[in-house]
Design a protein around this ligand. Structure first.
Ligand code: 5GP
Length: 193
């Protein structure tokens, strides 16, 4: 899942994944924790040195800089979750999403679209977790990210939360039914049964 800062990805994800046994990847970031953020659940908050050390050990599936901070997806937990048959959800920005696409043809890229940039500004100013300069920086990134939406598999408009949740379920169902996800083994078992 990718979408501009303030588009409401977190709320959408929580409603979408409620009662689902999927693995949500907790990223590492050099950003300071916001009030209410839970270390280890929302993010692993690390120092620049820790981040660079993990990078040097090839520990990230993807990583990027966003509005002055570094973010990365730890590789190990994802490999373990996939090996155990779980679906894995990443919540990352555009550059990271493109890296994931290059590494995995199975990845499904969903862009969460705000109804407008002015609405995004309203939400960012409303939540007041960033100062004005940081908000402007995030809005500039949001503009750039929205123009990249055509590189994604799906675009979900988050103007109506309930409908957006339904769209996420619909995408998930359609993706599970893709013929490319059915193994030769499974087909053989059907014709031999
Ligand atoms: P925030 O600081 O608002 O939590 O996140 C800023 C941006 O970084 C958001 O678009 C968020 O989805 C993205 N992000 C969070 N974790 C990762 C990650 O591990 N990798 C990448 N590439 N982006 C991330």
């Amino acid at each position: 899942m990718t979408g501009a800062s303030g588009v409401g990805k977190g709320t959408l994800r929580e409603l979408w994944l409620r009662d689902q046994n999927v693995f949500f990847s907790v990223s590492k970031t050099t950003r300071q924790a916001r009030p209410g953020e839970r270390p280890g659940l929302d993010y692993h908050f690390v120092t620049e040195e820790e981040f660079v050390a993990e990078l040097a050990q090839n520990g990230f599936l993807e990583h990027a800089e966003f509005a002055g901070n570094r973010y990365g997806t730890p590789k190990g937990p994802i490999e373990a979750a996939l090996a155990s048959g779980q679906d894995v959800i990443l919540e990352i920005e555009v550059l990271g999403a493109m890296q994931v696409r290059q590494q995995s043809s199975e990845a499904v890229l969903i862009f969460i679209m705000p109804p407008s940039l002015s609405e995004l500004r309203r939400r960012l100013e409303g939540r007041a977790t960033e100062n004005q300069a940081q908000i402007e920086r995030r809005l500039t990134r949001a503009r750039e990210e929205i123009l990249e939406a055509h590189n994604f598999d799906y675009v979900v408009m988050n103007d109506d939360l309930e409908r957006a949740v339904l769209d996420m379920h619909a995408i998930q169902r359609a993706e599970r039914s893709r013929s490319s996800r059915i193994s030769r083994e499974a087909l053989k078992q059907i014709v031999e049964s």
